[in-house]
Design a protein around this ligand. Structure first.
Ligand SMILES: *Cc1c(COP(=O)(O)O)cnc(C)c1O
Length: 377
């Protein structure tokens, strides 16, 4: 079956009690049991909830995974995955991951004895070189935020597997519609469903998808033991969101390409970061492993003053953190999403004071471009 059919139907069977076509919000903490040890598979809602279960089946199917687990946020999903490694284990972490992921490693996991090295994973040679005898996991994000560096998922998977290590990919920026990491050998996919999967900027959530039965059992055990579960209402919202994932991602991709092309020609823009531009250093890999290039575009205006002027002149685009919603959002990574990264590190990553990031929404493209055009005057 095709992607849209799976998106609309996986996990979405009509409700067995009432025939409701839309999976109900099972807002309950517990379930009546018929007798001792006799129940319908649901005992307590931290462990099982039908609305969450429907979403877990749905997104697992979209990623081509056997198992899926919905969490209270993208960070709690990532945290659960990191509980597959133990004190004394080593993790290779992409050097340009989401700031919260870096914070989890550098401020939390270090105190629990998890070792890690930051590696530029855009070059597979760097990954090969970073392996240690105790390396148990490679954690990458592609494309990265905000400069859209792309990592070759097949190359990473081959290297990691040769060393007996798992590969985790944060697929938030692409969504399973534009990129399916498991098709290239990735073992575990994590998502912030807050972004494209939900798509309407009205829920925080996370997801883990995987195929290995032993690892899946452990992730389920962690989900229940720690309890960072996605609520029934949020599960409903995300399940509603994924039904239109294909049409939304097509629109984000179309508008993203148009905005990138417009900016690339603009005299006040010094550089555009978008994997769909031939000038992008990983254009070839992106074209190979992605179905499209998506709606995330970053561009260099040359100075803080220039960036400030653009950010304060836009009328349609909203100045805000986050991404992946139907509305266009614009942000200043150096002072917003990436403010906690030391200046030197920011500079090596290309996150200058003049850099602006846009999460291109699905409004009419003429209106988005007219807004950017007047702001760049
Ligand atoms: C937002 C985001 C996260 C964190 O997700 P939350 O839902 O905010 O906890 C992780 N990775 C990426 C790439 C993100 O954009």
């Amino acid at each position: 079956m095709g992607f849209s059919t799976i998106a609309i139907h996986a996990g979405n069977e009509p409700d067995s009690a009432t025939g409701a076509v839309s999976v109900p919000i099972y807002q309950t903490s517990t379930y009546a049991q018929e007798g001792l040890g006799k129940h319908k598979g649901f005992e307590y809602a931290r462990t099982h909830n039908p609305t969450r279960l429907a979403l877990e089946k749905n997104i697992a199917a979209l990623e081509g995974a056997k198992f899926g687990f919905a969490f209270a946020s993208g960070m709690s999903a990532t945290d659960a995955v990191l509980k597959l490694v133990k004190a004394g284990d080593h993790v290779i972490l992409g050097d340009n991951t989401y700031g919260g992921t870096y914070r989890l490693f550098s401020r939390v996991l270090v105190d629990y004895g998890v070792e890690f090295d930051l590696v530029d994973t855009t070059d597979a040679v760097n990954i090969e070189r970073a392996f240690k005898p105790n390396t148990k996991m490679v954690f990458v994000e592609t494309p990265t935020n905000p400069v859209m560096s792309v990592t070759d998922l097949r190359a990473v998977s081959e290297i990691a597997h040769a060393h007996g290590s798992r590969v985790v990919c944060d697929n938030t920026f692409m969504s399973p519609y534009l990129q399916r990491p498991m098709d290239f050998g990735v073992d575990i996919v994590v998502h912030s469903t807050t972004k494209y999967l939900n798509g309407h900027s009205d829920s925080i959530g996370g997801f883990v998808a995987l195929n290995d039965e032993t690892d899946a059992e452990w992730i389920g055990f962690i989900q229940n033991s720690i309890g960072a579960i996605l609520s029934p209402f949020d599960s409903f919202l995300v399940l509603r969101g994924t039904k239109t994932l294909a049409v939304r991602m097509e629109a984000h991709d179309r508008n993203g390409r148009a905005v990138a092309a417009f900016l690339a020609e603009h005299p006040r823009v010094q550089r555009v970061y978008y994997p769909g531009l031939q000038s992008h250093p990983q254009f070839e890999i992106a074209s190979r492993q992605q179905r499209g290039f998506g709606g995330m575009v970053a561009f260099e205006t040359g100075s803080l003053e220039n960036a400030k002027k653009v950010l304060e002149s836009v009328k349609l685009c909203t100045l805000a953190e986050s991404l992946g919603g139907v509305e266009s959002l614009i942000s200043h990574p150096a002072t917003m999403t990436h403010a906690s990264i030391p200046l030197e590190k920011r500079q090596t990553l290309g996150i200058s004071d003049g850099l602006i990031r846009i999460s291109v929404g699905i409004e009419d493209i003429e209106d988005i471009i007219a807004d950017l055009d007047q702001a760049l005057l």
